[in-house]
Structure formats: C-alpha cells, structure tokens
Design a protein around this ligand. Structure first.
Ligand SMILES: Nc1ncnc2c1ncn2[C@@H]1O[C@H](COP(=O)(O)OP(=O)(O)OP(=O)(O)O)[C@@H](O)[C@H]1O
Ligand SMILES: [Mg+2]
Length: 488
C-alpha cells in the first residue's frame, strides 16, 4: 500500500487488489522513521488510473475473439491488470502514536514512498482505546483482539445505544447491566419489553450469578404505592404532565389534598375522591378531576393499603443490584405515570442523599419520558447521581442536545439516510465516518464512540452472554410449530 494523497483528515491510499481484505472501521498503521500515523478505513474504491476507460472499452470490444494469454509472451498482463485494477482505500487520520499515546495535535506526515502501511495489531488498538479505570467490562472483539471498556468510563456519564431493530442493542445493554452490577453498582432498568427478567437464568437453565441481585418490580402486581408515599408534588406532576390538567384544577386538587390530610390524618385515593365530590368547587373542574382520578385508580398502581416504599427498598439493596421495572404489561399511560413517579422520587431521594447514585437504563424512553425530562436527566439529575443509558431504535426521538452531551455512543446498523444524517450531525465524530461505517455494519457489530474507547472510534463485534437475554421477536411460524406439535 502507498499513500496517494491527503485532503484534510482524509487519506487516500493506493492498494493492490490482492492485498489483505479490509473491513470498514479497521485501523492502519503507517510507519516511517520510528513514528506511526494511525488511520481508520472508512471506504474502498477503484483508483482512478489514467487510460482505464479506454483500456476497458478496448477489452470489451475484443473480448469475444482474442485469447489474451496467446499474445502476452512475457506475462506482463497480470502486472498491467493489477495496476488497472488498483484500489483506493479511504481512511481518516486519527492521530500520531507517540510514547504509547495517540496525539492529534502533532503535525507529522509519513513519506509517501518509504512508509510501511499495515493493519494495526489488535494489541495497539486495545492499548490506545483503553479508558481510565480498572473495572474492566469485556464487550467484544475488534480486528481479532478482545476489547474491554471500563465501568469507570460509564460512571457519571450519559450513554446512548442506538441502531435499527434486532441489531443487538438490548443485548449490549444487558451486558453492561450485568457487569455494572457485578462491580457493585445499582442499576434501575425501565424494561419496556419485559426482557431483562431473563438475566436471572443461564442459557443451560441454571440460576445465574446475578439472579440474587436482580429484583423485578411489576407495576400493579408487586409494585403498588400509596398516595402518602407518593406525595403531593409527584401527584401534581402526574396530573399536570400525564393527564394535562390545567393549573386551576391543580390548585383545587391541592386544596382537596390538604383537607383530606387534615380530616383523616392520612391521604388516600378514596378519601380524595370523596372530598372532591363534596367540597365546593367549579363543576367542570370537579368533573375533570374526578375523571382523572378514576383513570389513575384503574391503573391499580396506587393502592391505599400498600406499604411499599421505594426509598426503603433502594436503601436496603446490598452492594450491586439491578432493579428491573417490568413495564411490558402496563398501558402507555400507566407507563408514563410509573416513570413520573420513579423519576420524581429518585430526584428527591438523591438530592437529600438518602440513596447512592445509580445507573438508569431506559429502553425506548420517548414512549414514556416527558419532553422536559430529557434535559433534566442529562443536566440536573446527572449532577445529583442518575447516570442514564438510553437505548433506542428511533434516534430522532432523542433531542440532539442530548446527543451533544453524550459521553459514549454505541451505534449499530442504520440504513435509513435520515437516521444517519441525524446521528452524523449530533455525534462526537466526523459525519463521514458515521455514515460510511454505520450503514454497512452487520448485526451485532457497533461503532463505539466516546470516553469508553478513549475517543478512538472503533467497530466492535459484541460478545455473546451465557445468560437468557430474551431479545427474540416472537415469530408466528415458530408459535405455529409449537402449537402444531402440541396438537399431535
Ligand atoms: N453478540 C451477540 N451474541 C449472541 N446473540 C446476540 C448478540 N447480540 C444480539 N444477539 C441476539 O440477537 C437478537 C436481537 O438482539 P437484541 O434484542 O439485542 O436486538 P435489539 O437491537 O435490542 O432489537 P429491538 O430494537 O427489536 O429491541 C436477540 O435474540 C439477542 O439475544
Ligand atoms: Mg431491544
């Protein structure tokens, strides 16, 4: 291989058609006089050799009747064919390696003629992409070597996992959850498909190591809270944001709340309904509040006799635990109520430091997260100790301000150009790299960008997990097969 040209940070490298096969995302080291330049392959094209069009046309017209070997006594044909067939590898310069460190502030270019270009050894990629910390999380392979990130690089950070359907996003998220828990972190998962519950089992049927650290809360079943535990502020948020209640009605609701507390000494849903039916207020406000309370009651999430306390639950959790909120059986409105409750509780508990910081894995968060929470989660709540890991197959549902603040992004395949444009604009690496690499990624491979890889973008083939990951789509023909075999 030989360097042909450099435009900005893009290198054009001439390669022989018989040279080693390269994949998008692979790294090349270009060595010259003891120094090394690191470049990442983003594409491969045919080299624009002068006269190729004429040659190709001549060959096309003579193809039918000339046997080329008979008129090439010195076998020059293969050399000429190689030249005409030369490839052009397009690569992005990532920096100069100096004393085991990647520097992109050093201006140095290797010689076009003397430099030696080869695939980067996996050990160098591993060394350069190593982030700070010693709690390693083995995520997969890159160019034949193992790649680990560290739990410290996820700590205090905002992480996004995105990609088209069925590419392996949740699988990666589960891998992170399991490892974080093993290192003693507390993780809350908003599990929209009810698929994280499988992590308690190994593929061979046995109990997994983290099964004792996995707690599953299903709203309406083993997760029901009382109004006194919820508190007036959270209730007002629920009414305002989930049920779009106007301010005048919220004021009346607060009044009824205080009356019930004073009269009964304790707040309850029944008590509130009774008070709102009786006390003097505008009839349309009364109707609006009663119908909303009826709808809240029907969710069966609030329970007057319930004594569940999230604070108690979280503070009792030992070293390392995953709290899975199984939202798969909850209605869309119910999910929003539960999430409003959780986030509002978490932020007040973290603010008064009654619980330690935690990671929050949110799958398809746009389905239940209100708009103002996005900014809140990435700024205010991050300061008090909620570290989000967003997982989504609809990248444009996450505001671009969130991408800009993301510390780590794992991007699986996207073929849709508008998704790619959106991601390219918002992520921390140049648009061309994102577009060229991501569009052609096979399933289970992702482009990793950010702190976790020490800002060296790499393509990782995610490893498998020995646990039940339950990500499969339920297929009609599989169900039919089971059904038919049951009938036989
Ligand atoms: N590295 C891997 N090794 C083994 N199996 C994997 C790997 N990555 C993903 N899978 C499997 O591929 C399937 C799809 O993966 P996953 O559920 O993670 O996709 P997804 O991107 O979350 O899809 P969706 O958008 O539909 O939620 C699952 O059955 C999962 O177990
Ligand atoms: Mg998924």
């Amino acid at each position: 291989m030989k360097i042909l040209a450099k435009n900005g940070d893009t290198l054009e490298i001439l390669a022989n058609p018989e040279e080693e096969i390269l994949e998008r995302g692979d790294y090349l080291t270009i060595e010259d006089g003891g120094k090394t330049l690191l470049a990442q392959v983003i594409d491969i094209e045919y080299a624009d050799v002068p006269g190729v069009l004429e040659d190709a046309l001549r060959e096309l017209s003579s193809e039918d009747f000339v046997d080329s070997s008979s008129i090439d006594p010195y076998s020059l044909g293969s050399v000429i064919a190689n030249i005409r067939d030369a490839r052009l590898v397009i690569a992005k310069v990532r920096g100069v390696v100096m004393n085991g460190e990647l520097r992109n502030d050093v201006l140095w270019l290797p010689s076009r003629f003397r430099s030696k270009i080869s695939k980067t050894p996996p050990s160098l990629i591993m060394e350069l992409s190593k982030s700070i910390g010693r709690r390693n999380i083995l995520i997969g392979e890159c160019m034949g070597g193992w790649i680990s990130i560290t739990a410290e690089a996820l700590d205090g950070a905002l992480t996004i996992i995105t990609g088209k359907k069925e590419m392996g996003k949740s699988h990666l998220a589960k891998m992170l959850v399991v490892n974080l828990v093993e290192y003693g972190a507390k993780v809350m998962v908003l599990d929209i498909n009810g698929e994280y519950v499988g992590l308690s089992r190994k593929i061979d049927g046995g109990e997994s190591e983290i099964s004792r650290k996995l707690f599953i809360l299903t709203p309406g079943e083993n997760f029901r809270v009382s109004l006194s535990e919820t508190g007036l502020r959270t209730m007002l948020d629920i009414l305002k944001y989930v049920y779009e209640t106007p301010t005048a009605s919220l004021r009346e609701f607060s009044r009824a709340w205080y009356i019930v507390e004073k009269l009964n000494g304790k707040i309850s849903l029944r008590g509130l309904v009774e008070a709102i039916s009786k006390i003097q207020m505008n009839e349309s406000i009364r109707d609006a509040l009663l119908s909303r309370l009826q709808s809240i009651e029907s969710l069966e999430f609030f329970n007057d006799s319930g004594d569940f306390s999230l604070q108690e639950f979280l503070s009792k959790l030992s070293y390392g635990a995953a709290l899975i909120i199984d939202l798969s059986k909850t209605s869309p409105q119910g999910r929003r109520v539960v999430v409003e409750y959780l986030l509002s509780k978490l932020s007040s508990m973290l603010k008064d430091e009654s619980i330690p910081p935690l990671f929050l894995v949110a799958e398809e968060a746009h389905l239940y997260l209100r708009e103002t929470y996005w900014d809140d989660l990435v700024t205010r709540m991050r300061h008090i100790g909620v570290f989000p890991i967003f997982v989504t197959n609809q990248p444009d549902m996450i505001p671009d301000s969130v991408y800009r603040q993301a510390d780590n992004i794992f991007i699986f395949n996207f073929t849709n150009d508008s998704d790619l444009d959106y991601l390219a604009k918002a992520s921390r690496v140049d648009a061309e790299t994102v577009k060229k690499i991501v569009k052609n990624l096979p399933p289970r491979r992702c482009l990793v960008i950010g702190k976790v890889v020490n800002d060296l973008p790499i393509v990782v083939k995610t490893r498998s997990l020995p646990l039940v990951t339950m990500g499969e789509t339920k297929l009609y023909f599989n169900v039919e097969k089971t059904y038919l075999s049951l009938r036989d």
